[in-house]
Design a binder for this molecule. Sequence first.
Ligand code: 6PG
Length: 241
Amino acid sequence: MLKSWDERRDYVVGGNAKQTIDFAVEHWIHCAERAIQQRGRFAVALSGGSTPKAIYERLGKEKLDGAKIWLFWSDERAVAPDHPDSNYRMAMESGLRQLNIPQSQIFRMVAEKEIEKNASDYEEKIRHYLGKHLFDLVMLGVGEDGHTASLFPHSPALEETERLVVANPISEKKSWRMTLTFTCIHQSFHSVVYAIGSSKSMIVPKILDAAILSQFPASRIGTPKQKALWILDEDAAKNLK
Ligand code: 6PG
């Protein structure tokens, strides 16, 4: 059952991991059907991570109208599309290739070369194809350090207030990432943060209890106008007060 955490965030504890994935899939499909009904298409920003992967695996078995779905990404590693670490490869191979979405509606983040130029190009594509409403759904995971998308603690992208997409140097990973910015996420219709498993049980309450400008980037997700939804399983939620 959906509960309000504060004026910026709602949350749902879906039960065990399987029940929570079931809920997340139903929520994704509901967002898609409503967007297609209201705007003729569903534009979604896909996340990396284990929970989104489980969602893609289930979506690949669903009967969805791929012709009305437009795929973008919330972030991408600086690797080629066939690299094991590629979020693009993970999403397509986990199940989304089965939806037969036209290639012209699949927008991979080209992060393996000229990442700063390609981040600008990606932003142009978002502005050109999506207009001012941006995404119908932004999918986000959360790391144990409180990062979300590739908005990592202390990284320059956290300070970006104008651009929608940036190249972000991640010092702790000694690599670059391409990522949507908070500005982009907060201009979209819905953002969902997925957290499943006991490995998230310490960081989830810290993030939700923290001030908006805390050391945890995921604390900033959600606004009173565009409330974020946190989808948690009972393990990830077990320390919530
Ligand atoms: C990435 C993701 C990242 C991920 C979190 C959580 O590129 O890795 O965008 O933000 O969602 O690290 O990942 P897990 O769900 O696998 O813990």
